[in-house]
Design a protein around this ligand. Structure first.
Ligand code: FAD
Ligand code: NA7
Length: 530
């Protein structure tokens, strides 16, 4: 049903606009006179209740309120096994994209300081102050937590810092950190609880090891670190730790970066190894024992037993970080009480409008079987709210979503990997154009083992006029480059379009406008100087 926008001036008698709650850290929003209101045919406390104040939930709540819906957001962080906790804003702001990118930046500054010497600067890369970096990053995050609360108030969204679980399909019970409870009813619900990192069933793992939920606020220098897992979170953490001078090892069960382009993934591994990261591959953790407890400012000493090529080995580390996948928090909201269907891995099946099997309950963001990315969570939340309260028909497009892996050698990708394209269209229908490239900024570097990793690849469908199926880039500023080319992919760009495009010189992005070597030809892809 399309909601009709009317204005509060015509609804002055609606008494539930101001609800005074008595527990928890909360505020109740009271719409200003000029705020639009929707026409209501229900008596629930709210038009919309959002479970989860992360990227998706906040975007959805604010957009719905903008169109006149009376909205409440519940956000509550259960502490980690190591008792780390954080404020509103969800994974991305507090324990994901933002602190990750900032620590990646810290590591890149180290590399740039070395480069700077080749440009005549008298700088030496001495030591890195972990405490200062963490302090500054956490200050930024706390400032953003505060801004979000102010923003919600200004946008008339009620925020309860409470954990919500369903009672029935129109009712949730919530509890704050002191155990005080409240009951709230709503016409519609949006599930946006995101996920949390997994621990393996390995003795000592949750007692002594940390996850990405802990690393960004770790009080002490991590010391010698073992990152377990080979997906992007593990490799990104290993990359920035090594970049700031931490002795870092990655324990890899099978392949690097499952789901990404395998040529690019292996190049990332090679580059990291040349940069000093050690890899144990294939390997699996077996046991973690504490030899020496952590103090407020020193890391513990942990003995890690693991298998490497089937042989049992052990080593001492100060920090063990598990990045072996994440689990949606679906089973924690009493889903049975509303008959919510979800997959064994916690993902929630939805239709193209993000509606679950329960007719007033929607789900967005990391809860879905879709790329786990902040901009996608935001897009799905915002467009859902527009459909619910502003008469929009626009659906979220889950295809050709660009992404970047912020390893020291950054990797941007959009569309299909070479392997995925071959599996979908057949080897004969796929052409791969590829080349190495040298960022101009790096030409005054001394030759080193780190040369020869900057790479670009276009995967095209021969059977469809050489339409671009996948674009992959290894090199500096991968996010900036891939984000722009992503537009080309959603508009159906072909290889001819990329050839027509005049590059900007001297940049890395121009590499995509001059590609003429196919992988099939086997010709050299060594860098040509301009
Ligand atoms: P979340 O942001 O996880 O928010 C869910 C919120 O709901 C949380 O605050 C949670 O505590 C709360 N909650 C859960 N259950 C309840 C309940 N019952 N009641 C009340 N509150 C509840 N994405 C990118 O696009 N780029 C990146 O570079 C990137 N880097 C990342 C790095 C790391 C280390 C990690 C872990 C993730 C990264 N991501 C990145 C992924 C990105 O953070 C997520 O895709 C995004 O945060 C998902 O948003 P969401 O709204 O679905 O959930
Ligand atoms: P992912 O992407 O789910 O990858 C998990 C990684 O951990 C992967 O390399 C797995 O190896 C490895 N893994 C999984 N279980 C184990 C155990 N028990 N022991 C050792 N290694 C293991 O996880 P991330 O944490 O990086 O990211 C989670 C999501 O967040 C991701 O999908 C993003 O979109 C956002 P495998 O390849 O299966 O052999």
């Amino acid at each position: 049903m399309i909601a009709i926008r009317v204005y509060r001036a015509t609804l002055k008698t609606v008494s539930y606009l101001s609800i005074t709650a008595k527990v928890g850290r909360f505020y109740s929003a009271v719409p200003a006179d000029d705020m639009p209101q929707i026409e209501r045919s229900h008596d629930y406390n709210f038009d919309l209740a959002v479970l989860g104040g992360g990227s998706g939930g906040l975007a959805c709540a604010k957009e719905a309120a903008k169109h006149g819906a009376k909205v409440v957001v519940f956000d509550f962080v259960q502490p980690t096994a190591q008792k780390t906790t954080w404020g509103i804003g969800g994974t991305c702001l507090n324990v994901g994209c933002i602190p990750k990118k900032l620590m990646h930046t810290a590591s890149i500054y180290g590399e740039l300081m070395e480069d700077a010497q080749n440009y005549g600067w008298d700088v030496t890369r001495n030591s890195h102050d972990w405490g200062k970096m963490v302090g500054n990053i956490q200050n930024h995050i706390k400032g953003q937590n505060w801004k979000i609360r102010v923003d919600l108030r200004e946008k008339n969204v009620t925020y309860y810092n409470e954990y919500a679980t369903f009672v029935d399909k129109h009712t949730v019970k919530s509890v704050n950190k002191r155990g005080a409870e409240r009951t709230v009813t709503a016409d519609k619900f949006v599930l946006a609880m995101g996920g949390r990192p997994n621990y393996p069933d390995v003795p000592g793992a949750s007692d002594f090891a940390i996850t990405s939920d802990d690393i960004f606020s770790l009080k002490y220098h991590p010391g010698k670190t073992l990152c377990v897992g080979a997906s992007y979170i593990s490799l990104e953490c290993a990359g920035f730790l090594n970049g700031i001078g931490v002795d870092t090892t990655v324990l890899v069960r099978s392949i690097l970066l499952r789901g990404f382009d395998s040529d690019c993934s292996e190049k990332i591994g090679g580059y990291m190894e040349q940069s000093g990261v050690k890899f144990i591959r294939p390997g699996l953790p077996k046991k973690i024992e504490c030899i020496k407890e952590a103090t407020a400012d020193t890391a513990p000493e942990l003995r890690v037993t693991y298998t490497h090529n089937g042989e049992e080995k052990s080593d001492i580390y100060n920090t063990v970080l598990f990045a072996i996948g994440r689990k949606p928090l679906t089973d924690k909201i009493n889903p049975e009480s509303i008959g919510l269907k979800y997959d064994p891995n916690g993902k929630i099946p939805v239709n193209e409008e993000e509606l679950t099997n329960v007719d007033n309950v929607y789900a967005i963001g990391d809860l879905l079987n879709a790329p786990e990315l902040t901009p996608l969570a935001i897009q799905s939340g915002r467009l859902l709210a527009k459909r619910l309260y502003a008469g929009s028909k626009i659906l979220t497009d889950y295809v050709n979503v660009p992404t970047t892996v912020f390893t020291p050698l950054e990797y941007g990708s959009v569309g299909l990997s070479e392997d995925q394209a071959i599996a979908k269209y057949g080897e004969d229908n796929i052409e791969v154009y590829h080349t190495l490239h040298t960022p101009t900024e790096q030409v005054v570097r001394e030759p080193s083992e780190l040369d020869g990793y900057n790479y670009a690849k276009l995967v095209v469908n021969i059977a469809d006029n050489e339409c671009i199926l996948g674009l992959h880039y290894l090199g500096p500023n991968a996010g900036e480059i891939t984000g722009g080319f992503g537009l080309g992919l959603i508009m159906g760009a072909t290889k001819t379009d990329f050839d027509r495009l005049v590059g900007i010189h001297p940049t890395c992005s121009e590499v995509f406008t001059t590609m003429n070597i196919t992988k099939r030809s086997g010709n050299s892809i060594d860098v040509e100087d301009c």
